[in-house]
Design a protein around this ligand. Structure first.
Ligand SMILES: [Zn+2]
Length: 104
């Protein structure tokens, strides 16, 4: 079945494939970029590591080295008063405060 000729079913398949790829990208970010690279909290089988590295390139276009650097900087500043999220401030204000403090 060619997607262009699939009609409604083709569109549904395309949306489902997109959702699955988005979920894989989220798992790669959570497991590989965050837990494996940034925190060195877990080690994966080399084959799974290669899969996630390839998935990072193909699905996110993120530089793992940059992501890790930004994330470690986030943790360095996430627990100080200036960047702590607070219920009395809005989400946009919290985001702006953190962005200003974390920018190089
Ligand atoms: Zn973290």
């Amino acid at each position: 079945m060619r997607l262009a000729e699939g009609g409604f079913v083709g569109y549904v398949v395309a949306v489902l494939v997109g959702l699955v790829l988005a979920e894989v990208a989220t798992l790669i970010t959570t497991i590989y970029l965050h837990r494996v690279l940034a925190h060195k909290a877990i080690r994966l089988h080399p084959a799974l590591t290669m899969f996630m590295r390839f998935g990072t390139w193909m699905l996110t276009s993120i530089s793992p080295r940059e992501w890790v650097a930004v994330h470690r900087k986030h943790h360095n500043f996430s627990d100080i008063e200036e960047t702590r999220t607070a219920p009395h401030r809005g989400v946009l204000e919290d985001h702006d405060r953190q962005r200003l403090l974390l920018s190089p």
